[in-house]
Design a protein around this ligand. Structure first.
Ligand code: AMP
Ligand code: ZN
Ligand code: FE
Ligand code: FE
Length: 280
């Protein structure tokens, strides 16, 4: 069984639609793929219908934007109730803040003549959770930068003059929201040092104390010595270990199936989620 539990679509900042994802997953030889767009479940139904057609398994998930002492952190939620008020409220608050922030960043870029707001709207799929990748696509479309990667490394860098933050809940609150909605929480790419500052081992311990269910250890952004340390933590605290691609279509080099999660872990995720749903 080949299982990849982290992929994005045009419902957030991936470049392929939710109905294309299962087709690509099948081509990549996967048996199960998870749809985990940023702060939205809007792609679930379309992806589920396509997964049925392709005859592969779909895990319904989402990547929640969160923050840990000011450090941007992502928590994957799996198999939760998308209509739970805590989820609905998280998604609407974060997406509102992301929209305002996209406009502010666009205004700063427009002031320097790099793009216009109309250009940004053109490069942001309707209803998508807005993010820097849409600004990157705009800059690429206008020929200002050659790729998303170059845009992130230069103009859109978090250390650059155009960067603006957005509001997101504390990691422990994100974990509580997922649990309240009957889902399973996994800290995505916990040691992605190339993206900026990372959290401490103590922060991860605190998240486990707060109910974190697992760590996404096999991910290209975690270095090998960090993976060793993360595995020790997961082992000693008895939490789940996943591996996934973080596929964004052509928006990133990450390929479906480049990292995998074991069937035993997926079974534990599904079992635990069903128990959480039954909890009074
Ligand atoms: P944001 O949350 O809007 O600040 O944007 C972060 C998103 O951009 C994450 O989902 C990343 O997957 C994506 N991202 C970060 N770095 C890159 C890069 N170098 N190339 C393409 N996408 C990236
Ligand atoms: Zn993304
Ligand atoms: Fe992420
Ligand atoms: Fe992601």
């Amino acid at each position: 069984m080949r299982i990849d539990l982290h992929a994005h679509t045009t419902a957030s900042d991936g470049t392929e639609t939710p109905s294309e994802l299962p087709v690509r997953a099948k081509e990549a030889g996967l048996d199960v793929v998870a749809i985990t767009d940023h702060d939205t479940t809007a792609g679930w139904d379309e992806a589920a219908a396509a997964a049925d057609r392709e005859g592969i398994g779909l895990v319904r998930g989402m990547e929640m934007s969160a923050s840990c002492r000011g450090i941007s952190s992502h928590i994957l939620g799996y198999l939760f109730d998308p209509k739970h008020p805590a989820i609905v409220s998280h998604n609407s608050t974060v997406r509102d803040s992301r929209s305002t922030r996209l406009r502010t960043m666009a205004d700063k870029l427009a002031a320097d003549g790099l793009l216009t707001w109309d250009d940004v709207v053109e490069h942001t799929p309707a209803g998508a959770t807005p993010g820097r990748p849409h600004l990157a696509d705009t800059l690429v479309g206008l020929g200002v930068t050659a790729s998303r990667d170059e845009a992130f490394a230069t103009i859109l860098s978090a250390r650059g003059p155009y960067y603006v933050r957005y509001q997101s809940p504390d990691v422990t609150d994100a974990i509580a929201t997922i649990a309240a909605a009957g889902g399973i929480s996994v800290w995505a790419h916990p040691m992605a040092r190339t993206r900026g500052g990372v959290v401490t081992w103590d922060d991860i311990g605190d998240a486990i104390d707060a109910g974190l269910d697992g760590l996404e250890i096999d991910h290209r952004d975690n270095a090998s010595d960090d993976r060793d340390e993360l595995r020790k933590i997961a082992q000693s605290r008895g939490i789940l270990v996943t591996g996934s691609s973080d596929y964004h279509g052509s928006g990133k080099p990450n390929l479906l199936g480049e990292n995998l999660t074991s069937p035993a872990v997926l079974e534990r995720i599904a079992h635990k989620a069903s128990l959480e749903v039954l909890r009074p």
